[in-house]
Design a protein around this ligand. Structure first.
Ligand code: AMP
Length: 387
């Protein structure tokens, strides 16, 4: 599902002049109508233009670039199989998720792809190396791992025709600027560059100026949260948060899936420890876990073996988990878009959901900004620990 935007179009995918192999893939993936970002981005990309697009996860942004790029590649496919398209992403999870979509859409075409990301075993390294050497046409990579492979000397990036930066704002937040620029230096000047970002702060505009050539700009106004999410706030002192969290979660077996967000991995680990200490089945997901461990945690959460997942924003971005009953913001996210993104994890696919946010004194101003953005105050619940 693409929960953040409703379709506003009569177009269907046949109207875009996509390659027949890719149309077959779209059909087999069950997509019928393009989302607004797809409607706007696909024609621009098919024309070979550079693009800067402001769009969040949940808008269908992945298919917005994957479909036209695959279509171009399917039309120009050469048996020599040289690296043709590079997608740079902030996290392994996003790399894997994009690669899965690519595999689905490219199923009826000869195009090969590989996700290149760090933190895994030697087999994976060898597989990535083999794919990079033999020239998978489409490479989806996190910056650090790609640079490691490049430094080994067997990756040739001079045949790249399309470069895509996905979640560019996250990548800059994570400190990947230098890595990205050093990769771009190895690419041909003449190429198509696409940049997707959930937000457009000045540093993103600056990066766009440096690496894009006369880009078309698409900006979808940030959506408001779905109306079927019941939002509420507890005003709390910092030292009350854990106790309140415990009391909200203890013995609530009817709440099947709960996602707890916190801003730092230390906090995430701390919450996990405290919940487990209180006999509540919870697991944390953060960047210190090995890739395999993260995948296991996510699988267990999806299969409902774990009731409560504690996560940071960075990890949560790009992971597609449906049917979450309750989102609990242990702290206030920095910007309103992160708030919308976090609470958009619940109430997907027409079901109802609840989002509760803990707001302490110092975060009051941030939450005021969120309410201003929402255009309505969020219901304040009475803090049971104060009575
Ligand atoms: P994204 O914003 O790319 O992370 O996509 C969010 C979710 O929406 C993913 O699960 C996609 O598979 C799904 N999706 C994207 N575009 C469409 C579409 N046109 N029709 C149906 N599902 C879609």
């Amino acid at each position: 599902m693409y929960p953040l935007y409703q379709n506003s179009t009569d177009l269907n995918f046949n109207d875009f002049n996509l390659h027949p192999d890719i149309l077959e893939g779209i059909q087999s993936m069950g997509y019928e109508t393009p989302t607004p970002i797809q409607e706007q981005a696909i024609p621009v990309i098919l024309q070979g233009k550079d693009l800067i697009a402001c769009a969040q996860t949940g808008t269908g942004k992945t298919a917005a670039f994957v479909l036209p790029i695959l279509s171009i590649n399917a039309s120009t496919h050469k048996e020599s199989n040289s690296l043709n398209t590079l997608v740079i992403v902030p996290t392994r999870e996003l790399a894997l998720q994009i690669d899965q979509q690519v595999e689905g859409f490219a199923y009826f075409s000869p195009i090969g792809s590989i996700a290149v990301y760090g933190g895994n075993d030697g087999n994976n390294w060898d597989r990535q190396r083999a794919a990079l050497e033999s020239g998978s046409e489409l490479v989806i990579a996190t910056p650090g791992r790609l640079i490691q492979h490049v430094q080994m000397g067997y990756v040739k990036l001079d045949s790249i025709e399309h470069l895509i930066l996905d979640e560019a704002d996250r990548m800059l937040d994570m400190g990947f600027y230098e890595d990205i620029m050093s990769i771009i230096k190895l690419l041909p000047q003449k190429r198509q560059t696409l940049m997707f970002s959930a937000t457009m702060p000045p540093k993103i505009r600056q990066l766009a100026k440096t690496i894009l050539h006369n880009p078309t700009e698409i900006s979808l106004s940030v959506s408001k949260p779905a109306e079927n999410i019941l939002q509420a706030v507890y005003m709390v002192e910092n030292n009350q948060k854990l106790e309140l969290l415990n009391s909200l979660l203890q013995g609530k077996d009817y709440v099947q899936s709960v996602l707890v967000f916190a801003s730092t991995k230390q906090e995430v680990k701390n919450i996990e420890r405290k919940l487990i200490g209180s006999g509540i089945s919870a697991k944390a997901i953060h960047s210190d876990l090995e890739q395999k461990e993260r995948e296991n945690v996510l699988r267990e959460f999806r299969n409902r073996k774990i009731q409560i997942l504690v996560a940071t924003d960075i990890i949560s971005r790009g992971i597609d988990i449906e049917d979450i009953d309750l989102v609990l913001n242990y702290d206030v996210p920095n910007d309103p878009e992160d708030y919308v993104h976090r609470i958009g994890r619940t109430a997907r696919a027409q079901s109802d959901g609840v989002a509760i946010t803990f707001v302490n004194r110092t975060q009051k101003a941030s939450f005021d900004r969120i309410e201003k953005f929402l255009g309505t105050p969020v219901f304040k619940l009475k803090n049971p620990l104060n009575s």
